[in-house]
Write a protein that binds this ligand. Structure first.
Ligand code: 1HE
Length: 267
């Protein structure tokens, strides 16, 4: 298994829980967790290793009152990048976010305050988003003279639909509260701490077999990129591997001997 050397990370605060859940916190609160080059490289590092390091689930958080303010606009301004330079910056964002979405480790984003621009691109690369009452979503790139470069055209459009994304960018529209959940920007909204809820969900997911979670958090995303014909084939292959894994036998036996919990409606 790969080892994750926590001391190497400066902009991410990493914390491990004993059930295999890792807390990954973007830790630049004075900059509202804006994503500079170094932070993106740390995300690439962590999420490249996580699938091979026994990480069972991740709670992805932002330090302070805001989840993430997106691209570090000051770094971008000061660097005065060439088109080719910024293209390569964006490719590193894609490297990080693709590792997240396709890596096979369940990621639960705990959202508060601003989830804007690249911050929304980051959040949309998680598998599950939990928002609190302070949380709001926007794509201010349009107003800043910019365009999205971290996958919003794929992932945010996928969450809210093309027309809503275009409106968000043209007009700076902000979504918050229950409406944001209804649109699919988050799956959960809580009265209290989004972190506590994300942790509860991550712990629950961490009890699934790792190979099952790998398929859920990798295969489904890959299949969206395939024709239905090829996706059905890939699904059969994945299910062939997952549904016959030796570790699942005990769970199947528990169902057969009626000791396993049954699926019941919410009370
Ligand atoms: C930053 C950034 C940043 C704050 N880059 N430094 N994203 C945006 O357009 C969002 C820009 N940020 C904001 O609208 C606000 O800062 C917030 C709503 C997130 C927070 O407001 P507030 O009042 O709590 O903080 P503030 O006073 O605006 O900022 C506090 C500090 O954080 C200040 O630095 P300081 O050194 O003067 O104290 C800000 O400069 C700094 N800060 N946001 C750099 N984004 C791959 S393409 C992706 C495209 C994009 O993501 S475009 C960016 C969209």
């Amino acid at each position: 298994a790969a080892q994750i050397d926590i001391s190497r990370f400066k902009n991410l605060a990493l914390d491990t829980q004993d059930d295999g859940v890792w807390v990954v916190t973007i830790d630049r609160p004075k900059k509202r967790n804006a994503l500079d080059i170094d932070t993106i490289e740390e995300l690439v590092d962590f999420f490249s290793l996580a699938p091979r390091a026994g990480v069972k689930a991740v709670v992805l958080a932002g330090s302070g009152d805001h989840f993430c303010a997106g691209l570090d606009l000051i770094e971008h301004h000061d660097a005065d990048r060439s088109p080719a330079d910024f293209m390569h910056v964006c490719l590193r964002w894609h490297e990080a976010f693709n590792k997240m979405e396709y890596g096979g480790v369940p990621i639960f984003a705990a959202l508060q305050g601003a989830v804007v621009g690249g911050g929304l691109e980051l959040a949309s690369s998680a598998h599950v988003r939990v928002m609190d009452q302070t949380c709001y979503f926007a794509l201010p790139e349009g107003q800043r003279g910019l365009f999205t470069g971290g996958g919003a055209t794929i992932r945010v459009a996928d969450l809210v639909g093309k027309s809503r994304m275009i409106d968000m960018m043209l007009t700076g529209r902000v979504y918050q509260g229950q409406e944001a959940v209804d649109l699919g920007l988050a799956q959960y909204i809580v009265e209290g701490s989004s972190f506590d809820k994300a942790m509860e969900l991550a712990r629950k997911a961490a009890q699934n077999l790792p190979l099952t979670n790998f398929a859920i958090c990798s295969a489904i995303s890959h299949m969206q990129n395939m024709s239905a014909f090829d996706a059905a084939y890939a699904e059969a292959v994945v299910a062939g591997v997952v549904n016959t894994q030796p570790d699942a036998r005990a769970r199947l036996a528990a169902f057969a001997d009626k000791s396993a919990a049954r699926v019941r409606p919410n009370s």
